[in-house]
Design a protein around this ligand. Structure first.
Ligand code: B1M
Length: 232
C-alpha cells in the first residue's frame, strides 16, 4: 500500500488489522488503537484475545526497539498512552458482571518504579475473575503497602516491578511484613518482566506470576488453599 494512501481500518481483514494496530501502537496513535479495538470487539473477538494479540503483542515490539535504542522514552510514552486508550475500552468488558466474589487484592508498583501497564492489566483481569482490587498505583513505599493492607484487609498483596533496580524492593516489603509478624496473614504474589520463579522464592514471596492470566490462576489456587485450611 502506498504511504500516502489512507488506511480504512474497518476494511482490513482481522490479520491485517492486528498488524496495522501493532504499527499504530508503535507510532503512539491512540485514536486508531481505540478504533481498532472497537472493530475487533464488533467482529466478536473476545476482550482477552484483543488485549493479548493486538495490544500486548504490539507493546512487545515497542519493548524490543526500546531495548535496542531504536525508540526513546517520549515515543514509548506515546505508545503506552495509546495502549491505555485501548485498555480503557476493554476494561468494562473484561470485568464480568456477577462473577462470584473470589477474594480481595491490594496491588501496586514498587518504590522507584513508574511502570503501570502490566500492573493495570493484572488488576483488570483479577476484577474480571471476581476479585475485589485496590490499586495503589506506582512508586509505593513499604509504608504505603502497610497502610493499605491494614485499611483494606486483603487476602492477597500483589507487587509489580519492571526494573532490575527496583525489583529488590519487593524483599524490603516482605521482610517488613515478617518483622511485624504479618507475613503469614497474606498471600504475596509478585510479577514484572525482569522477575522469575527463582527470584520470587529468594525474596520469600508465595509465587511469581508470568502474566495476568497466570496471576488470576495463581490467586484462585491460593484462595482455594486458604479456604480449605479455614474449613479443615
Ligand atoms: Co521502561 N523499561 N523505563 N518505560 N519500559 C523497560 C521495563 C525495559 C525492559 C526496556 C528495555 O530496555 N528493553 C527497561 C528495563 C531494563 C532493566 O531494568 N533491566 C526500561 C527502562 C530502562 C526504563 C527507564 C529507566 C528508561 C529511562 O528513563 N532511561 C525508565 C524508568 C522509569 C521508572 O520507572 N523509574 C523507563 C520508563 C518507561 C516509560 C515511562 C517510557 C514507559 C512506562 C509507561 C507506563 O507504564 N505507564 C516504559 C515502558 C512502556 C517500557 C516497556 C517498553 C513496556 C512495559 C510494558 O508496559 N509492557 C518495557 C519493555 C518490556 O517490558 N518489554 C520497559 C507491557 C505489559 C503488559 O507487560 O509490564 O511485563 P508487563 O506486565 C505483564 C507481566 O510482567 C505480569 O503481567 C503483566 C500482564 O501480562 N506482571 C505482573 C506485571 N506486574 C505484575 C504484578 C503481579 C503479577 C503479574 O502481581 C501479582
Amino acid at each position: 500500500m502506498a504511504d500516502d494512501e489512507e488506511i480504512i481500518l474497518s476494511e482490513l481483514s482481522d490479520d491485517e488489522l492486528v498488524l496495522q494496530m501493532h504499527d499504530d501502537l508503535y507510532d503512539g496513535l491512540k485514536e486508531e488503537i481505540e478504533e481498532g479495538v472497537n472493530i475487533l470487539i464488533a467482529r466478536n473477538w473476545t476482550p482477552y484475545d484483543t488485549l493479548t494479540k493486538a495490544l500486548v503483542a504490539g507493546m512487545t515490539i515497542v519493548g524490543a526497539d526500546f531495548r535496542d535504542g531504536i525508540l526513546f522514552v517520549p515515543e514509548v510514552l506515546l505508545a503506552a498512552n495509546a495502549m491505555k486508550g485501548g485498555m480503557a475500552i476493554l476494561k468494562p468488558l473484561l470485568i464480568a458482571t456477577g462473577a462470584p466474589r473470589m477474594g480481595k487484592m491490594v496491588i501496586g508498583t514498587v518504590k522507584g518504579d513508574i511502570h503501570d501497564i502490566g500492573k493495570n492489566l493484572v488488576g483488570m483481569m483479577m476484577e474480571g475473575a471476581g476479585f475485589e482490587v485496590k490499586d495503589l498505583g506506582i512508586n509505593n513505599s513499604v509504608e504505603k503497602y502497610l497502610a493499605a493492607i491494614e485499611s483494606e484487609k486483603p487476602d492477597i498483596l500483589g507487587m509489580s516491578a519492571l526494573l532490575t533496580t527496583t525489583m529488590p524492593y519487593m524483599k524490603v516489603v516482605i521482610d517488613t511484613l515478617k518483622e511485624k509478624g504479618m507475613r503469614e496473614d497474606y498471600i504475596v504474589l509478585v510479577g514484572g518482566a525482569p522477575l522469575n520463579e527463582e527470584f520470587s522464592k529468594a525474596i520469600g514471596a508465595d509465587a511469581y506470576c508470568r502474566d495476568a492470566a497466570v496471576a488470576v490462576e495463581t490467586a484462585k489456587a491460593y484462595m482455594l488453599r486458604k479456604h480449605n485450611r479455614a474449613t479443615a
